[in-house]
Design a protein around this ligand. Structure first.
Ligand SMILES: [Zn+2]
Length: 452
């Protein structure tokens, strides 16, 4: 019998993946849940039979795929941390019926200090891209739109058939391009849609002239790959005069969730991933923060089951007010590793501190929260030149952050002219300079979250 991506189980999975595009649009949460259950059952069985890494872990946990009947049973499956997969031998983490030489590979995680490689069959990669495109269409992308992507890549130089037909045209502009040149290219391109990292699009927006704005008039802008702070959002919307839709994605499974244009909650792409928010060992309640674990339904060559990429999110309400059938995340807080460990042993994510800065956003160009020592946090504020920072609001921000940090932490607010990006060119709104070997994701759960 033939094995591998052209064998019957894979072809069946591929057909089910395509059906997922229809299920995603169906508007029925019952259909979405039963689709997820069926795909999970098939994926768990495949992983048990074909992927030594998972077979061994399932067996150690006393789990067999036959025990999976409802979505709740997923909690019986062991979780997979990024480090578990990184330490596994490649032949153990890949399905034995796939030829490793034929897989598409992406390197990821340079900025997190945990470099990992993700692997897909060509079909899996294509399906995830099509699903992303479906999300973009939901935002209002049209087939003949011109798109500009401001990203850390030079893009593909291949002239695809679609490109020649003028369909879904996309021009990549490297994020390192000087802003003057970027503006020239965008004036020439006149994109209908702009995509980019939040900090890159925001700082470009600050430099737009009125003449630029006459020519660069996107209908909407999407951000991804990094935390979109409220400040970056308001800067972008103001300078481009267009709404921003944030996409929560990762290399491992492409889109995880995307922002609802109406409620600002994040709709999970349920037809592609099963998302759990874990508060320690139990599922987080709506409105509660936790670490995300996702299971990618359509990656069979190198499965990701209850995989924790190290992100903190806030679980959303059961159903979005817009009526969409998707499950929801209320907020993407940031990376687990950005949390600050405080003198009393508690941890806090600086995203919570940033909430106190938000009232100052109209007068700020940028901010950064840095933990320099376990008992010292510096907040750098870069005001818009020539604009006065209201003393009352500054005082309130200081009090709010001091309250969240608790006793024994010195808080200093510095006004600066510029906040330089990291050596890799990316801007980080939060940084922790404290070297601490105990800063490991498997800390006891009671210490994991903010004190509120
Ligand atoms: Zn919604």
């Amino acid at each position: 019998m033939e094995r591998g991506p052209r064998s019957l189980p894979y072809l069946r999975a591929a057909a089910a993946g395509v059906a997922g595009l229809i299920v995603q649009r169906s508007g029925s949460s019952t259909l979405l849940r039963s689709y997820q259950t069926a795909r999970l059952r098939a994926l768990l069985r495949h992983s048990y039979e074909m992927v030594p890494f998972y077979r061994q872990r399932f067996q150690s946990a006393g789990f067999h795929p036959d025990q999976f009947r409802t979505l709740e049973d997923l909690q019986r499956v062991p979780i997979t941390r990024k480090s578990d997969l990184r330490l596994a031998a490649e032949q153990d983490a890949l399905a034995q019926d796939c030829d490793p030489a034929r897989l598409i590979r992406y390197g990821t995680g340079g900025s997190t200090g945990e470099p990992t490689e993700v692997r897909f069959t060509r079909f899996e990669d294509l399906l995830l891209r099509v699903m992303r495109m479906q999300v973009m269409m939901g935002f209002g992308l049209r087939l003949w739109d011109r798109r500009a992507a401001l990203v850390y890549s030079d893009g593909s130089h291949r002239t695809s058939l679609l490109k020649r037909l003028g369909i879904l045209r996309n021009q990549t502009i490297h994020a390192h391009t000087p802003s003057e040149q970027m503006r020239t290219e965008l004036r020439h391109l006149r994109p209908n849609v702009i995509r980019g990292y939040p900090s890159i699009v925001a700082s470009l927006g600050d430099k737009l002239t009125d003449e630029d704005r006459n020519l660069i008039r996107p209908r909407f802008i999407t951000t991804d790959s990094a935390k979109l702070t409220d400040l970056a959002r308001s800067r972008i919307e103001k300078s481009f005069g267009a709404p921003v839709f944030d996409v929560y994605d990762c290399y491992e499974c492409n889109v995880i969730a995307y922002q609802c244009p109406r409620s600002k909650q994040y709709h999970v792409l349920d037809a592609s991933v099963v998302v759990e928010v874990l508060h320690g060992d139990r599922p987080a309640l709506p409105g509660e923060s936790g670490e995300i674990a996702f299971t990618s339904l359509h990656t069979w060559a190198a499965p990701l089951i209850r995989y924790m990429p190290g992100d903190l999110v806030e679980r959303g309400v059961a159903h979005c007010s817009c009526g969409a059938p998707n499950s929801c995340l209320a907020n993407i807080t940031g990376r687990v590793q950005d949390r600050f460990l405080l003198p009393d042993g508690q941890t806090i994510h600086p995203g919570f501190l940033a909430a106190s800065i938000y009232p100052l956003c109209p007068v700020l160009r940028s901010y950064q929260i840095v933990q320099e020592a376990i008992d010292r946090v510096i907040v750098k504020l870069q005001p818009i030149p020539g604009v006065q920072v209201p003393a009352g609001k500054l005082d309130a921000a200081r009090r709010g952050m001091a309250r969240d940090l608790g006793e024994g932490v010195m808080l200093r607010i510095d006004f600066v002219d510029e906040i330089p990006p990291e050596p890799n060119g990316k801007f980080r709104p939060y940084r922790c300079d404290v070297k601490n070997d105990e800063r490991h994701p498997s800390e006891p759960p009671e210490k994991l979250w903010s004190r509120n």
